[in-house]
Design a protein around this ligand. Structure first.
Ligand code: ZN
Length: 244
C-alpha cells in the first residue's frame, strides 16, 4: 500500500478518536451545563417579573389618582348638599353621588386585585432567588465532581493529539493539505473503506476502473461520487484480487 495512504488512514483514525472526546466531554459537563442554564433562566425570569411589578405599580398609581379624584368629588357633594333647594337638584346630586361611590368601590377592588398580583410576583421572585442560591452550591459540587473525569479525559486526549501531531509532521505538506481540505466538509468520512466495491462514505458502487486503482493502492484515490479518500482493507483486497 502507498505509504502516504497508510498514513492518511491512520491519521483519520486518530482524528476520529479526537472527535470522539467531544461528546464524552459534553456528557461529563451535561449536569453542570443544565444547572447553569437553569440559573440563567431563573435570572431572566426575575428580571421579567420585576418589570411586571413596575408595570403593575404604574397601574395602581393611576387608580389611586382616580380614587383621589372621586373622593374629592364626594366631599364636594357633601358641602354642596346644604345649599340645594329643589327636589330635582337633590335627586341629580344623589345620582352623581351613587355613581362616584360605585366608582370608588370598583377602584378599591381593582387596587386590591393588583396588590395581590404584586404579592404573587414578589413570592415568585423570592422562590427564584432561593433556587439560584441552591443552584450555586450544586454548581460548585458538579464542578468538583467533573474535575477528575475531565482531567482523565484531557490526559487521554493529549496522548492522541501528540500521536496525531507526530504523524502529521511525517506526512508531506501537500498530502496533509489535501486530507485537511477534504476533512473540512467530510469530517469523520474523510478516509473511508471500500467494501463489496461500494464507497463507505456515500454507499455508491464504484466503477471497475476506480476499484482496481483502489485495490492496487499505488496512489491516493478519491471516490468519484463523494470525494472521500478510498482504501480497501488488506484482507478484503486479497479476496477481491483472487475473485477478479
Ligand atoms: Zn463515495
Amino acid at each position: 500500500m502507498n505509504k502516504h495512504l497508510k498514513q492518511l488512514i491512520e491519521l483519520s483514525e486518530l482524528d476520529k478518536t479526537i472527535d470522539g472526546f467531544l461528546p464524552e466531554e459534553e456528557r461529563i459537563n451535561g449536569a453542570l451545563n443544565a444547572l447553569l442554564e437553569e440559573q440563567n433562566r431563573a435570572k431572566r425570569q426575575i428580571e421579567e417579573t420585576q418589570a411586571l411589578i413596575v408595570e403593575n405599580r404604574a397601574k395602581i398609581a393611576k387608580h389611586e389618582a382616580h380614587l383621589a379624584e372621586q373622593s374629592s368629588k364626594l366631599a364636594q357633594h357633601v358641602k354642596k348638599s346644604g345649599d340645594l333647594k329643589t327636589e330635582r337638584e337633590i335627586k341629580a346630586l344623589s345620582l352623581e353621588e351613587d355613581i362616584a361611590r360605585e366608582q370608588v368601590t370598583f377602584i378599591n377592588e381593582e387596587i386590591a386585585r393588583l396588590q395581590n398580583i404584586e404579592e404573587d410576583q414578589k413570592a415568585r421572585i423570592d422562590k427564584l432567588k432561593t433556587r439560584i442560591i441552591e443552584i450555586e452550591s450544586q454548581v460548585g459540587e458538579a464542578k468538583k465532581q467533573n474535575i477528575d473525569a475531565l482531567a482523565a479525559l484531557n490526559e487521554k486526549r493529549a496522548v492522541i493529539v501528540a500521536q496525531k501531531e507526530k504523524l502529521a509532521a511525517e506526512i508531506p505538506q501537500k498530502i496533509f493539505g489535501f486530507y485537511a481540505r477534504i476533512r473540512r466538509w467530510a469530517g469523520d468520512r474523510t478516509v473511508v473503506p471500500v467494501k463489496k466495491q461500494a464507497c463507505y462514505g456515500c454507499f455508491m458502487k464504484i466503477s471497475d476502473k476506480v476499484y482496481s486503482e483502489v485495490i492496487a493502492s499505488q496512489e491516493i484515490v478519491t471516490c468519484p461520487s463523494c470525494g472521500c479518500i478510498l482504501y480497501v482493507k488488506e484482507d478484503e483486497a486479497v479476496e477481491d484480487k483472487k475473485a477478479a
